[in-house]
Design a protein around this ligand. Sequence first.
Ligand code: PRX
Length: 701
Amino acid sequence: MQRINMAAHSSSGTGFFRTLLSRCRTSGPGKSRTPGLCQQHRCRLSSLPPLPPPGTWSSRLSRLSHRDLYRLSVTDPDQFWGSAATDRLRWVKLFQRVRDCDLSGGKISWFLGGKLNVSVNCLDVHVEKHPDRVALIWERDEPGTEVKVTYRELLETTSRLANALKSYGIEKGDRVAIYMPASPLAVAAMLACARIGAVHTVVFAGFSSEALSGRIQDAQCKAVVTCNQGVRGGRLIDLKSTVDAAVKSCPSVQHVFVSQRTEQPAAMGELDVPLEKVMSCQSSVCPAEPLDSEDVLFLLYTSGSTGKPKGIVHTQAGYLLYASLTHQYVFDYRDGDVFGCVADVGWITGHSYVVYGPLCNGATTVLFESTPVYPNPGRYWETVQRLRITQFYGAPTALRLLLKYDESWVKKYDRSSLRTLGSVGEPINHEAWHWFHSVVGDGRCPLVDTWWQTETGGVCIAPRPAEEAAPILPAMAMRPFFGIQPVVMGDEGEPLPGNSVSGALCISQPWPGMARSIYGDHQRFVDAYLKPYPGYYFTGDGASRSEDGYYQITGRMDDVINVSGHRLGTAEIEDALDEHPAVPETAVIGIPHDIKGEVPFAFVVLKEGVGGDPPAVLQQLRDLVATKIAKYAVPEHFLVVKRLPKTRSGKIMRRILRKVATETTRDLGDMSTLDDPSVVQEIIEAHELYRKQRSQEKKKN
Ligand code: PRX
C-alpha cells in the first residue's frame, strides 16, 4: 500500500502538498501546539454539584453497565453530560452550568460559560500524543490510490488553510460555503473554519448552481471553498463552473478559494483565489480562537415540508460531545480502529461520523470518494480488505443495489477486520439487513440500524450500546442512546404509555447534540419542531414501540421523502416544476422503489394548448428540476392529468395520489371533503394508460 503525504490532492498523486510541506515548514510537531489550550487551563467547577474529577469518565462510568449509564443519563442529565463534557473535551475555560433548556420556549443552551475550540479537540490534543497516527485515509476514486494523512499533517494543513482564510479577511462569525466532495482539503476547510470561529456550510457537491446559490444567499456567505473538478465513478465533474454560475447571484461572496483536485486548470476570475498557492505562503501554525460553547459551528441545509431548505444550526461543545460519544458507543469504536463511514461530507452523516466524531476520538477515518459499483460491485469490500476497516457504516440504498449482484463480489475479499456494521438514512428492509449481516458480516458482526436526523446531530436510536450481548432485532433501530427519551404520541397529541403503540415520534428531553435553530428564522425552528407537541422535540417521523419496548421507525409524517438516503421536500420539487410557463399546477409524492427506497412521482397539469407536445414539456421539466435542485431530485414518473384532487378548501388530497401511484385504489378512504370526486376516476384512468405505455416501452427495450 502506498503511503503518501497530503501531497496528492491532484489525481495523479503528485503535486502540491509534498513540496509545500518541505518548502514552507515553520513548525515541528512539538511547536505546533496552540498556546493557551492546554490541560492546565481547566477550571474547577464552581456551581455544579458532585461531578467526577477530570479524567475519570472512563474509569468511573465504565464500571456502570450500559443500562445504568442510560438510567443515569435520563435521571440526572446534568451529572451525566457534565461528567462527559468535562472529561472528554478540552476546555479553554470550563463551563459553569451544564444546561439551560426550555423546549416549550425554544431555548436550548448547553455548557454555559464554557470556552473551547473544536479543531483543537479534533487535532491538537491528538498531535500531542500521537502526531504520526493516521487521521484520514482518503480512499480516492481509483482503487489502490489511497492517501493517508496523519494528525500532524492535518493540523498543519488546517492551520495553513485557516491562515489563508484570515489573510483574505474571513473572521469569527463569517459564513463560508464549502462545495467539495470528500477529500482531506474539504475536512481541513471545515476544521479551519472551526479554528478561527467562522461558520461553515458544506453543500453536497451534487447540488445544482441554483441550489448552491440559494444556500449561499440564505447564509450570506462571505467566501466559498471549492475545487476545479470532482472525480467519481471514473468520471470528472466540473465543480468550479457550477460555483461560477452560483456566485453570480450572490453579492455577499468576496472570495472563491479554488483547489486543484485534477490537473485540469480552472478558469480563474476576479473573485477566485488559488487555494494551494496561498496556503503555501502561510504558516503551519494558527492560534485557535477560544469560542463559547454556544457559538455556531456550522449550518447544514436540509429539506422540510416547504419549498425552502432550512439552515440547521449546530453549535460547538454540545454537538462535538454528542458526535464523539455516539461514535464511540454506537459503533463500539476502539483505539486503533479504522472507521469506514462512506457518506459524503455534504450530509450530516459525513459531518458527525466522517469528520467530527471520529477525529474528536483520535480515530483513523476513511474519506470515500468513489461509488459502491466503481470499478465493480466489489468496491466496498475490496476497500475493507485493503484498508482493514473495522466499522463499515453505509446507506441501505447502496446495499439494495449490491445485493442484486452475485455474492462472490463480497466473498472474494477478506472482511475479517470488520467488527461492527451500521446502516443510516432510511429504513433498512429485511432483505438488505440479512444480506448485510450474513453475507458481508458473515453473521458475526453486530449490525446497528441507526436512526437520527440532520437536526439531532448524532444517532438517537440504535441497537447499541445496550447491555452486553443484548439482542439485536433485524431492521429495527430499537433503543434510545444515552440521554434520549423517545415518546410516541397519539392522535390527540398525548404521550402513549406502554408497549405495542404507534404514532408520532417525539423526544422529551433536550440533549447536547440537538440543533439550536434554523439560521435566520428561529420562529420557523420553534414552529416545525417544538410547537406541534409543546414541551417535546417533534422529529417529523412516525414510530412504533413494539411489545418488547423497542422502537421501529415507520417513516416521515410530512411531505418529505427519502431518495437514495437523501432527504427531499416534495414542495421543493413542485416549486421547481411550477416555474415552467406551461405548468399551472403540480403535486409530487414519494412512492416506494426497490433500490432507491423512494422516488418522486409528479402529477402535472398542463396548460391547454400544450397538449400537442407533452413529451417535450416533460423533458423540460426534468431539466428544470436538475438545474434547480439536483439530478437525484428529478421525478422518476410524470403523469399528466387534467386536474388534481382537491378538498373544498383547495388543499390537494395527496393521500389519493399516493393510492393511485402505488396502485392501491381499492380502498380510497374518506373522500367526503373532495370538491369533485369524479376527478379521482379521471386520474386512475390516466394512470392506467401510463402504466400500460411504460410496460410496452420496457418490453421494447
Ligand atoms: O425519516 C428519517 C430518515 O431520515 C430522516 C433524516 O434525514 P437526514 O436529516 O437527511 O439525515 C439522514 C442521516 C442521519 C429521518 O427523519 N432516517 C434516518 N435514519 C433512519 C431513517 N429512517 C428509518 N431508519 C433509520 N435508521
